[in-house]
Design a protein around this ligand. Structure first.
Ligand code: HEM
Length: 417
């Protein structure tokens, strides 16, 4: 990823951080850098008049994310819901505060058992092997498209979802978080663009039907583990299970591929990245943490103030939206030396790619296990990466991602050692 490290050309008031195009075609990193220096907690107003505060420094991001009493998630945790309270509060883990939050989080943690993490690795290596093998003859391949298939290959078997449904679920999940990007916008059967509400509806309807089937015929899978037990309010618990499935699908499908693509792009720009990550298990682990910091696929999370708060010298009234830019916190020069360099050996690496505080990503262990397997396999079989076409970034203020990454891969086996 090439970023300008010069200050933003405009003042913070002229920059529309809410505009998805800025994140796809522009340079959020130079804007964030300017804000970290000159206005670390800054009030923006969207083009249609909705205000929100931007938090760009690492230490302020941690302060907001750990204090759920002053900064609630209950009104929505993404800019897509700015100005209209999230209707899933109390049912969806991401938009519910403690103590109810723990009641929603526990079943998902239990469902993601240790067995899930243990089997993720071999399955992901096999998935990468099958996806990459046809491209090892040097023919161009869109790595972004290939990476987009990985999350469902990791999560699909765990959840017990049939393989023929994975592509559709992947597309729906992407459309749900990046509805403004032409590559991700979901199309209705009549060719018109479906609304965000229709995408949500389709995902919920899918899981309702699938869970109902699992209720009739239980299996040894995550879906069955989420079903109501004896003595529980079956209807309420089943509806919660649908929300859990939605959170897990979106959490996995919309983030993982972008860490893979951004890291492969970094490897194409500097061969030392791959070389360093090949130096053994510890080097791979620190390399993956750097990949997470570098890619920060969840670009922001949102909260609302519940009372007046002072943050980095700014006075925030009660009831205001506060957007924590994780991508910015992860480039904060006060915490990371030389933050615009992909340093595979970086330690410590206190990145916030998985968030922080009570909502810390509950798929982090699965994500780490999956990424470790993906890169162990890639580094084993791929000797070199060359970008061979135009790279396109997603138009999304939530997902920092690559939608097109045409590359040629050189097989390592054929490379002179
Ligand atoms: C590179 C991969 C991933 C990244 C960067 C990522 C990032 C994040 C972030 C930043 C949050 C915090 C949201 C907030 O504070 O409002 C979060 C929460 C969450 N993630 Fe992930 N995630 C990843 C992978 C996964 C996977 C694989 C799953 C599912 C297995 C998952 C499921 C979830 C869920 C359910 C939550 C909500 C937790 C809560 O609210 O308590 N994520 N993730």
């Amino acid at each position: 990823m090439t970023v300008s490290t010069t200050s933003a050309p405009q003042g913070p008031d002229e920059v529309d951080l809410h505009d998805p195009v800025l994140h796809g075609e522009g340079e959020p990193h130079s804007v964030w850098r300017h804000l970290r220096r000159h206005a670390p907690v800054h009030r923006h107003v969207t083009a249609d008049g909705r205000p929100f505060w931007s938090v760009t420094r690492h230490q302020d991001a941690m302060r907001v994310l750990r204090d759920h009493r002053a900064f609630t998630s209950a009104r929505g945790n993404l800019l897509t819901t700015l100005g209209s309270d999230d209707v899933a509060s109390g049912r969806m883990v991401t938009v519910t505060d403690p103590p109810r939050h723990a009641e929603l989080r526990e079943p998902q943690i239990r469902a993601l058992t240790e067995g899930v993490h243990a089997t993720a690795g071999p399955r992901m290596r096999q998935a990468v092997r099958s996806l990459i093998a046809p491209a090892l003859d040097g023919a161009p391949v869109d790595l972004a498209r290939t990476a987009a298939r990985l999350p469902l290959m990791a999560l699909g078997p765990v959840m017990g979802l049939p393989a023929q449904d994975w592509p559709r679920l992947g597309r729906l999940a992407s459309a749900a978080v990046a509805p403004d990007d032409p590559a991700y916008a979901a199309d209705a059967p009549d060719g018109t663009r479906t609304t965000l509400a229709a995408v949500h509806h389709e995902i919920f309807a899918y899981f309702r039907t699938t869970l109902r089937a699992r209720f009739r015929a239980p299996a040894d899978d995550l879906l069955t583990r989420l079903l109501p037990g004896p003595g529980e309010d079956a209807r309420a618990r089943a509806e919660l299970a649908v929300h859990h499935c939605y959170s897990l699908l979106l959490g996995a499908a919309t983030t993982l591929p972008h860490t893979v693509s951004a890291t492969v792009l970094a490897m194409s720009e500097d061969a030392r990245v791959a070389e360093a990550m090949r130096q053994g298990p510890e080097a791979l682990t620190t390399g993956i943490e750097e990949a997470l910091r570098w890619s920060s696929p969840a670009s922001h999370v949102m909260r609302h103030t519940t009372r007046p708060v002072e943050l980095a010298g700014a006075r925030l009234p009660a009831g205001e939206a506060v957007v924590v830019w994780l991508g910015s916190a992860n480039r904060d020069e006060a915490v990371f030396a030389d933050p615009y360099r992909f340093d595979p050996g970086r330690t410590p690496n206190r990145h916030l790619a998985f968030g922080y505080g009570p909502h810390y990503c509950l798929g982090a262990a699965l994500a780490r296990a999956s990424l470790t397997a993906v890169f162990a396999e890639l580094l084993d079989v791929v000797g070199g990466v060359e970008v061979c076409g135009r790279v396109e970034h997603l138009n999304s203020h939530f997902i920092a991602g690559i939608s097109r990454l045409p590359v040629r891969l050189a097989s390592r086996r054929r490379m002179p050692r």
